[in-house]
Design a protein around this ligand. Structure first.
Ligand SMILES: *Cc1c(COP(=O)(O)O)cnc(C)c1O
Length: 476
């Protein structure tokens, strides 16, 4: 399997060659040259596989330059009962006939990002050791991504994480989750400012090519192809859980932000999984809903981006969306270059009067949006009807999914975080706070380890240089 750029300016590369890079050199995103097609017979033979075996079947098709035995080891080390709370890893719960909840949030940080990130941690460690290299991950977070990355990379050889977060602006639970880590390869940097200040510092440091090269600076953002690939697995797993034969189709509803999760569903569908609809749900930040309803893609400015009670979906533009449009154009890199020239200049594009818009139905994605009042009502209703608690993001997905589903097609709603992470909204909806899962009850009382800094990229650079510096190198 070779990888190309959505903008056509990258020579074909292998999986491990694109693994540690961010954007392609031409500013595009890496894409497999084609999607592996799964025949009906193969699909049938996958039905009885456990999670690690199914993961191997899928990932080995995308990561074919990793020796099969090594890949199998990385997978079996990642997808365990111990890390994900059950051997099923992503169990499906049936709420009523044709309505199911796919639990994706039983990893260490209680959000779905763990599923891909835990694998990425093992994969990075393996590839870095093989190349006798090291990586210093620099990121900015306002919550889920940062903690998921830290829990995936903690204690990994050859990797350090420098994670910037806005001082005093994350929830107590999220802060405790990150700052209580005592591993000496994890560095929490609390910036006196807001999330955008953190992100600006990351950009400034990453744009300094000399520094970036010298200190092996990298990222683990949602455009990483390995993260997409690892998210394809649970679409297959859930499909097998709710159907008896491959003649049946299902639909999924997906709370969406950067378009990573639902894009993995799109890939599963392109591979041959019988998915009828992929129902995309946004919150008040409805960039993607606007596109799928009207054909207009208009990324927002940061001041237009609202802070909501489903914060992990508060996006101004959707990083992985370019990959979908690449497929929509029939993989026309010249056209992507044209469209994203507009986007990169802060503009927008409108496909409504084009040939492409006529084809969009073939891709099965439909969309809807939800707001704070609706997610609170959904949490309350679901609790009342099924006696379970869902978090705010999952509520957006359920709200839109129930609105748009076809009555006779089983709907699988993706649960993307546990309610305990968003206790205030749960309190508002049902009048009590969710129970802490086992092992988390003491979290907020643990000692915290972090550096506090002003919003100054030079100070962050000095800190990284000091930690990495020659006397501190991990390998010889
Ligand atoms: C990241 C995240 C999302 C959005 O997923 P994308 O892949 O960015 O679309 C939804 N819910 C939760 C809880 C998340 O952490």
């Amino acid at each position: 399997m070779r990888y190309l750029s959505t903008r056509g300016g990258m020579l074909p590369k292998t999986f491990t060659e694109i693994l540690l890079g961010g954007l392609a050199p031409d500013g595009g995103l890496a894409m497999p040259e084609s999607y592996p097609k799964i025949s009906p017979a193969e699909l049938e033979s996958w039905r009885s596989l456990d999670y690690p075996s199914l993961a191997f079947e899928i990932l080995s098709r995308f990561m074919d330059d990793i020796p099969a035995d090594d890949l199998r080891t990385l997978i079996t080390r990642t997808y365990t009962d111990e890390i994900f709370g059950s051997e099923e890893v992503t169990p499906v719960q049936t709420l009523e006939s044709n309505l199911h909840l796919l639990h994706l949030s039983n990893g260490p940080t209680l959000a779905f990002k763990d599923i891909a990130m835990q694998f990425l941690g093992n994969l990075f460690e393996y590839v870095l050791a093989k190349n006798n290299d090291e990586l210093n991950i620099l990121g900015a977070t306002s919550g889920d991504t940062g903690s998921s990355a830290e829990y995936a990379m903690r204690g990994k050889r050859g990797i350090r994480v420098f994670m910037l977060s806005p001082y005093g602006k994350m929830s107590a639970f999220q802060t405790a989750q990150m700052f209580s880590l005592q591993d000496n390869n994890i560095f929490n940097i609390a910036i006196e400012g807001v999330f955008d200040d953190c992100q600006d510092i990351v950009k400034t440091v990453s744009n300094d090519q000399v520094f970036k090269q010298k200190y092996r600076i990298g990222a683990v953002n949602s455009i990483n192809w390995a993260r997409i690939a690892a998210q394809i697995i649970y679409y297959f797993k859930a499909y097998f859980a709710v159907t008896r034969s491959n003649g049946e189709a299902v639909s999924f509803s997906v709370p969406s932000g950067n378009f990573g999760n639902i894009f993995a569903g799109h890939v599963a569908r392109m591979m041959g999984l019988p998915i009828k609809q992929l129902i995309l749900a946004t919150n008040e930040n409805d960039v993607l809903n606007e596109f799928f309803r009207t054909g207009l893609y208009r990324p927002r400015t940061t001041t237009e981006t609202k802070q909501t009670s489903s914060p992990s979906m508060d996006i101004s533009k959707a990083s992985n969306f370019e990959r979908f449009i690449f497929d929509l154009t029939g993989r026309d890199a010249a056209r992507i270059k044209e469209l994203w020239k507009l986007v990169d200049q802060g503009g927008s594009f409108d496909l409504s009067d084009t040939d492409l818009w006529k084809k969009i139905r073939d891709f099965g994605i439909i969309s809807g949006t939800s707001n704070h009042a609706e997610r609170i009502t959904t949490i309350r209703k679901i609790h009342h009807k099924f006696n379970i608690l869902i978090d705010t993001h999952t509520a957006d997905g359920l709200k839109v999914g129930m609105e748009l589903r076809e009555p006779d097609v089983p709907l699988i709603c993706l649960e993307t975080a546990l309610p305990v992470k968003f206790a205030d909204s749960i309190q508002e909806a049902v009048g009590f706070v969710p129970e802490q899962p086992d092992g988390y009850d003491n979290l907020e009382k643990l000692p915290q380890r972090f550096e506090r800094m002003t919003a100054d990229a030079e100070q962050v650079k000095r800190f990284i240089a000091h930690q990495v510096g020659p006397s501190n190198q991990m390998h010889g």
